[in-house]
Design a protein around this ligand. Structure first.
Ligand code: ADP
Ligand code: MG
Length: 713
C-alpha cells in the first residue's frame, strides 16, 4: 500500500463510502490523507469524574454501570441515558436521538467520553459527548490512560468539513489506522535544503500532526508546512515557465501607427486612458523578439475587446495571423460580430470556428474550407471556441494568440496552437476578474500585467440592494413592473437540483481537498426556482432556465430566446458569469448570496448595466449581516472589491474558492507577502542549483502536474 493505492483497497471502506469519497474527488490514499481537518476539538484534558466542572470541555474515562433509552413521544425523541463511574465518582450521560447507542455499549464496558457537563433543572449530565470504547485488552491500563491510543477522545481530535454521509468520526476511524500503516511510504516532496532553511516539519510528521496533533501548535506548524509547499510549487512552476519562455524566439511585429490611428478615429467612442495605455503596452510587446506573455485585466464592461482588437488589427496588417479564443460558443459569436463591426473597412479577413458552425464573411462555410483557409493564410483573425486548438487547425503564420475570460495563463493553449510553427506566437490573456495587487505579484508572478481600472464614461451606476426575506414580495412586484415596461431579468441560484452540489462544488483537483464545498441542503436550486417563478410568482411572464448540465443546444436555445426577448426572466446557475452582453437585461437577482464569493457576486452584477437604462442588482440574503453584501452595496469597483474579498476570506470560508482555482487555505496565505516572498526565494535558489530538478524527481513530477492543473480549466 502506498499513496497512489486506490481507495477501493483501503480496509473497511465499502462501496457506499467509496462513492461518497469519489464525489469529493478523493480517489487515492494520497487524496484521502490530504483531506485535511478544518478545525480541532481539544479533548485532551483527561480528568477524574469527581473533578468535572460545568460548561468546561473535558474527557473522562470510566465504566458504564447502566444504560437505557427513554422515549419522549410528545417530542418524538429518544434520550439515551447512561451512568458512568470511575474511582473518584459517577456521572450521568445523555445522548439525543441516537437510540442505536444502546447496542454500541453494554453494562460493564469501559469508555472514553469527551464533551461538556451541563446543568438543567437541577440535573447535571454530560451532554451528547463524543465516545470511544476502550478495547478489553487495554482496560487494565485504566488510571494512567496512556496505553490506549484513542482516536475520537482523550486527545486533540480533528474535525473535517461537514459533508453529507461522511462524518468526522468515520474519517478518523479510517485515516488513523491508514496513517499508522503507511507512514513509512510517504516520501518527502520538499527538498531537504528548503526544509532545513525554512524550519518546516518533514512530511511524515506533518501529515500525522495535521490529522492527529499532539498539540495545537503542532497542528499549526503542519498547516504551515503544507501551505509553504503549495506556494513553493506555484513559485517554482511560474519561474520554470518564465525561464523556458525567455529562451524562445517570437515574431517581431512592428507597430503600424497609421492604421492604429485610423482605427481609433473611426471608433464611435473615445478610448479611456487605461485602454490607451494597455493597447500601447501590448503593441510594444509585439515588437520584441521575446514572446509576449501579458494579462489584460479589467472589470466587466471596461472595454477589453476593443484593446484586443487593436492588437489583432496590428498583427493582421503586419501579415501575421491571430487566434482569438473564447470559452463559450456564445461568446465566440459575440466577438465575431464585434470584430467584424470594429474592423469594417480595414480589409481584414475574419473567421469563426466553433464545434458546430463556421462563418466567414457573414456566410456559413464548411469546416474543411475553414481549416484550409487558415492553413494557407486566407484568414487573418480566427475567432473560436476550444475548436480552435484542435489537432486539425493549423496556421500559416500565427503571430498572436488572444485568450478571453480565462483565469489561467493560457500557456497550454498557445503551445497547442503553434505546435507546427517555428516561432512562438505572442500571448494575450484577458480576464474580467480584477486581481488585487498583492495577488498579481504572487500568483501571476512574472507575468506582465495591463490593468484597465477606469470605466468608459457615462456608465450608470447599478443600484444594488440587499433584500431581506420580508421584502421579497416587493422585489417581485418591482420585477414585474420592469418586465412590463420591456426589460429583462436574470435570476442566479447556487445549485441545479436541490440535493446536489452546485457547479462551484465540483471538486478542485488540488490537494487541499478539505476545502471542497460542503453540501448545503437548503440553497435555492435552479430547477426548483424555475418551477416556482413560472407557476406561482410570474405565471403571466415567460421564464427560461439555464444551467451547466443542459445540452449545448439547449443552453444555446435558452440564450437565443432570452436575447430575442422570447423569455423575460432567465433562471440560471453561475454559468452566466462569463462575459455575455445583454443590454436589455436590467435586473440581476441573486439567490443564496451567502454561497457566493464577493468577486463572483460582482461578476454577476456585471451582467446588467450594459445598456442605457437604469439597472438593478438584488441580493437575497437569509442572514442579517453579511459583510460581503455590504461591500457589494458600498462599491462597484472590482479592484476594490477584490482587495476586500481577500481580506474577508478566512481559512474557514468555503465560498468562491473556484474563482482562482486555488483553495481558500492557500488563498488566505497569499495575503502574507512575506511568506510568498520566502517561497519565491526558495524556488529561485533550488532552480539555481538544479534548473532541471534532476535531483528532485518527485518535485518535478508534482510541478508538472501542477502546471497542467493551473493551465487547464
Ligand atoms: P469587457 O471588458 O467586459 O470585455 P467589452 O469589451 O465587451 O467589455 O465592452 C463593453 C462595452 O463597452 C461594449 O459595448 C464596448 O463597445 C463599450 N466600450 C468599450 N470601450 C468604450 C469606451 N472607451 N467608451 C464607451 N464605450 C466603450
Ligand atoms: Mg469581454
Amino acid at each position: 500500500m502506498n499513496l497512489s493505492t486506490p481507495i477501493e483497497e483501503i480496509p473497511r471502506v465499502g462501496p457506499i463510502y467509496q462513492k461518497r469519497l469519489k464525489k469529493l474527488g478523493i480517489k487515492t490514499i494520497r487524496d484521502l490523507l490530504f483531506h485535511f481537518p478544518h478545525r480541532y476539538e481539544d479533548f485532551s484534558n483527561l480528568v477524574p469524574i469527581s473533578e468535572v466542572e460545568e460548561e468546561k470541555t473535558v474527557c473522562i474515562q470510566g465504566k458504564i454501570t447502566g444504560i437505557k433509552n427513554i422515549r419522549i413521544f410528545k417530542r418524538r425523541m429518544t434520550i439515551t441515558e447512561a451512568q458512568v463511574f470511575d474511582n473518584s465518582g459517577g456521572i450521568r450521560v445523555t445522548w439525543f436521538n441516537q437510540p442505536y447507542l444502546i447496542n454500541t455499549f453494554k453494562k460493564g464496558d469501559f469508555v472514553f467520553l469527551a464533551g461538556k457537563m451541563v446543568s438543567k433543572k437541577g440535573r447535571k449530565y454530560l451532554s451528547s459527548p463524543a465516545y470511544e470504547k476502550i478495547p478489553a485488552e487495554f482496560v487494565e491500563s485504566l488510571g494512567n490512560g496512556k496505553k490506549y491510543d484513542s482516536v475520537h477522545t482523550g486527545r486533540i481530535i480533528p474535525i473535517y468539513p461537514e459533508t453529507e454521509g461522511m462524518s468526522s468520526r468515520w474519517l478518523r476511524f479510517i485515516i488513523k489506522p491508514l496513517l499508522t500503516k503507511i507512514k513509512n511510504e510517504i516520501p518527502e516532496t520538499l527538498p531537504n535544503e528548503v526544509l532545513k532553511k525554512q524550519e518546516l516539519l518533514p512530511i511524515k510528521e506533518a501529515i500525522w500532526q495535521i490529522h492527529f496533533p499532539n498539540t495545537l501548535e503542532k497542528a499549526e506548524l503542519s498547516k504551515e508546512r503544507f501551505v509553504f509547499e503549495e506556494l513553493f510549487d506555484l513559485a517554482l512552476a511560474i519561474l520554470r515557465e518564465k525561464i523556458k519562455l525567455a529562451k524562445e524566439k517570437a515574431i517581431v511585429i512592428p507597430i503600424n501607427l497609421e492604421v492604429i490611428k485610423k482605427f481609433i478615429q473611426k471608433l464611435p467612442f473615445k478610448l479611456t486612458l487605461d485602454q490607451k495605455k494597455s493597447a500601447w503596452q501590448i503593441l510594444k510587446d509585439l515588437e520584441k523578439v521575446r514572446p509576449m506573455n501579458r494579462l489584460l485585466d479589467g472589470d466587466v464592461g471596461s472595454g477589453k475587446t476593443v484593446v484586443a482588437t487593436i492588437a489583432a488589427l496590428n498583427t493582421a496588417k503586419a501579415g501575421f495571423q491571430v487566434a482569438f479564443m473564447a470559452p463559450t460558443e456564445i461568446l465566440a459569436k459575440q466577438h465575431f460580430k464585434t470584430l467584424n463591426g470594429l474592423l469594417k473597412g480595414f480589409k481584414v479577413k475574419i473567421g469563426l470556428i466553433t464545434g458546430k458552425e463556421n462563418f466567414f464573411d457573414s456566410r456559413k462555410i464548411k469546416r474543411k474550407e475553414m481549416i484550409d483557409k487558415t492553413k494557407n493564410g486566407g484568414i487573418d483573425i480566427l475567432i473560436g471556441t476550444h475548436a480552435l486548438v484542435q489537432e486539425k487547425v493549423e496556421f500559416k503564420k500565427l503571430g498572436l494568440v488572444i485568450i478571453d475570460e480565462q483565469h489561467r495563463f493560457g500557456i497550454e493553449q498557445r503551445a497547442k496552437l503553434c505546435r507546427k510553427q517555428e516561432f512562438l506566437p505572442h500571448l494575450l490573456s484577458m480576464s474580467a476578474t480584477p486581481i488585487p495587487r498583492t495577488l498579481a505579484l504572487t500568483i501571476y508572478g512574472d507575468l506582465d500585467l495591463s490593468l484597465i481600472k477606469e470605466m468608459p464614461k457615462g456608465r450608470k451606476k447599478i443600484i444594488t440592494k440587499i433584500i431581506p426575506p420580508e421584502k421579497r414580495q416587493e422585489a417581485y412586484d418591482f420585477i414585474r413592473s420592469e418586465v412590463q415596461s420591456g426589460r429583462q431579468v436574470f435570476v442566479i441560484c447556487p445549485r441545479i437540483e436541490p440535493d446536489e452540489p452546485g457547479e462551484e462544488a465540483i471538486a478542485s483537483s488540488l490537494p487541499f481537498a478539505q476545502l471542497r464545498l460542503a453540501r448545503v441542503a437548503d440553497v435555492k436550486a435552479v430547477k426548483q426556482e424555475y418551477e416556482k417563478l413560472k407557476k406561482e410568482i410570474f405565471p403571466d411572464l415567460n421564464v427560461g432556465m439555464l444551467h451547466g448540465k443542459m445540452k449545448t443546444e439547449e443552453k444555446e436555445k435558452a440564450l437565443i430566446n432570452f436575447r430575442g426577448r422570447k423569455t423575460d426572466i432567465l433562471v440560471s446557475t453561475s454559468v452566466i458569469e462569463v462575459g455575455i452582453d445583454f443590454p436589455n437585461a436590467t435586473i440581476m437577482m441573486i439567490e443564496g448570496t451567502d454561497k457566493f464569493g464577493l468577486a463572483q457576486l460582482h461578476q454577476f452584477r456585471g451582467r446588467v448595466g450594459r445598456g442605457k437604462d437604469q439597472s438593478y442588482c438584488f441580493l437575497f440574503s437569509e442572514f442579517q449581516y453579511n459583510p460581503r453584501l455590504k461591500a457589494m452595496v458600498a462599491s462597484q469597483d472590482g479592484f476594490e472589491l477584490a482587495e476586500k474579498d481577500l481580506k474577508l476570506r478566512g481559512p474557514g470560508d468555503l465560498t468562491g474558492q473556484r474563482q482562482w482555482g486555488f483553495p481558500d487555505f492557500v488563498m488566505a496565505s497569499l495575503k502574507d507577502i512575506t511568506l510568498v516572498e520566502k517561497t519565491r526565494e526558495a524556488a529561485k535558489e533550488i532552480l539555481q542549483i538544479d534548473p532541471e530538478l534532476k535531483k528532485y524527481p518527485l518535485l518535478k513530477k508534482r510541478i508538472e502536474e501542477f502546471n497542467r492543473k493551473i493551465h487547464l480549466e
